[in-house]
Ligand binder design. Structure first.
Ligand SMILES: Nc1ncnc2c1ncn2[C@@H]1O[C@H](COP(=O)(O)OP(=O)(O)OP(=O)(O)O)[C@@H](O)[C@H]1O
Length: 445
């Protein structure tokens, strides 16, 4: 493999020198340009594997150069060097396609990481050839194909990604794909459900704490940010972050460092932030419950996952893939199949709960039939659901009430039979398999 080459664009000789020495120690060759015009010429004449550019130069800005590279050399990774504290420039450049940034004064450690990750993206000998993605994201409709393309592109970037989409559309799956197809794939993927952590514990959960920093802190504890170091932190339901945590998260993102509860000093962390919510975050900003500045930092690149009703042609593929997963969970030797009328029934349903609802429908059908072929009747879905089914809250309330009642009846039957599931099932008028499914579903241990 030939020596990788980096074009460094900066009008300050000292910075160019520092970068040149650091990169030389990594076995990387550098070439320098002192302004935008000169950089354009070098790029036109020679082959580079990476471009690192300062923001402010006598004849233009780093943003101009990022734009130029996206148009004329779209396969060349470009990163920017920004003035300390000026992450607005960095955000703008990443929106335009820069894959990362470093702030001045340049931290050698960060610089090395950035260069390593950029150069491992492709072997210099062969222009970037997209690897045939091993994707878990099932679907061949236009929306899903486009989504897969976007995910592949995002693998190069370190920019924060904000994923929107209705509940159950696959946002977490998309976040995992962004991680596993990107340069951080060898690092950890740490999912956090921001809505599930009590507000008073959130700071310690995210940033860790030192022993003795509050009552009950009997030993040092690492936070989720540290756990995700070198990888991706997935902030699910980010709209649920309380305001006081939004300020701290913003700081962590801007500074790329965190301060554990009770610690005096900050610790640098190298984490890519991917966030998601099924709420309209822009609306939350307008309502004053979500900080505009944090939204701006999280939403550098936005990815939208389409609802299932907009990709009904994918239902047979999705169903087969979900059935294979269900068969595995149930220890079945072969996944059950769907009869043509079952497929038709599914495609006639609107799926307000999206792919998660499809999974639930199929799991219930598998549990309730002893047959390997699932018919339309086994599915128990309305071909055309009443409008109220789309009003999630009412339906959820009723479902919870029914589940409470069912839980109570099952517990009574289990207690009456001294937890003999076969007898309890008989008593309840259901099969053993049905009872096992319902207890698991209702969280009865
Ligand atoms: N395209 C897909 N291919 C295969 N499985 C999928 C696809 N989309 C979603 N799923 C599956 O559907 C389920 C729900 O997806 P996921 O949890 O990612 O949704 P979500 O949008 O994050 O939901 P929520 O908004 O409730 O957090 C998961 O089991 C996921 O693996």
């Amino acid at each position: 493999m030939s020596t990788p080459r980096v074009l460094v664009v900066d009008d300050e000789v000292d910075i160019r020198k520092l970068i040149e020495i650091t990169l030389a120690r990594m076995g990387v060759e550098t070439d320098a340009a002192e302004n935008v015009e000169c950089a354009r010429e070098r790029l036109a004449d020679e082959q580079f594997d990476l471009c690192l550019t300062d923001m402010r130069m006598p004849d233009g800005t780093g943003t101009d150069l990022v734009r130029h590279i996206q148009t004329h050399h779209p396969t060349l990774p470009v990163a920017v060097i920004t003035a300390y504290g000026n992450t607005d420039d960095a955000v703008e450049c990443m929106k335009l396609g820069a894959f990362d940034f470093v702030s001045k004064p340049v931290d050698i450690h960060m610089l090395r990481k950035l260069v390593e990750s950029a150069l491992s993206l492709e072997s210099p000998a062969s222009p970037r050839t997209p690897q045939p993605a091993q994707t878990a994201l099932v679907g061949e409709t236009a929306g899903i194909r486009q989504l897969r393309k976007t995910i592949e592109k995002l693998g190069r970037s370190q920019a924060p990604v904000y994923i929107t989409g209705e509940s159950g559309t696959g946002k977490e799956l998309v976040a995992r794909e962004i991680h596993s197809q990107g340069t951080r794939r060898h690092g950890p993927f740490v999912p956090v459900n921001c809505g599930a952590i009590p507000s008073e514990l959130m700071e310690s959960e995210l940033f860790g704490h030192l022993r003795g920093s509050f009552t009950g802190a009997t030993q040092d504890k690492e936070g989720l940010f540290q756990a995700a170091d070198g990888g991706t932190l997935f902030l699910d339901e980010v709209a649920d972050l309380p305001l006081h945590m939004q300020v701290k998260l913003l700081r962590a993102i801007q500074e790329r460092s965190i301060r554990p509860v009770g610690a005096k000093a900050e610790t640098p962390v190298d984490v890519r932030i991917v966030s998601a919510t099924h709420h309209d975050l822009a609306e939350r900003v307008r309502e004053g419950v979500f900080r505009q500045d944090l939204f701006y930092r999280l939403n550098v690149i936005q990815v939208t996952v389409p609802p299932l009703r907009e990709r009904m042609a994918d239902i047979p593929r999705l169903a087969n893939s979900l059935l294979a997963g269900i068969a595995e969970r149930y220890g079945l030797s072969q996944p059950p199949t769907l009869t043509p009328d079952a497929v038709e029934r599914l495609q006639g349903h609107s799926f307000p709960g999206n792919v998660r609802e499809l999974d639930n429908v199929l799991e219930r059908a598998v549990a309730l039939t002893d047959n390997d072929r699932i018919t339309a009747d086994d599915l128990q879905v309305d071909p055309a659901p009443p409008a109220s089914m789309n009003a999630g809250d009412d339906a959820d309330g009723l479902r919870n009430e029914l589940e409470d009642l069912e839980r109570q009846r099952i517990l009574e039957a289990l207690q009456a039979t001294r937890f003999n599931k076969t007898k309890a099932a008989e008593r309840l008028g259901m099969s053993f398999r049905q009872l096992r499914y319902r207890t698991k579903k209702l969280g009865i241990d």
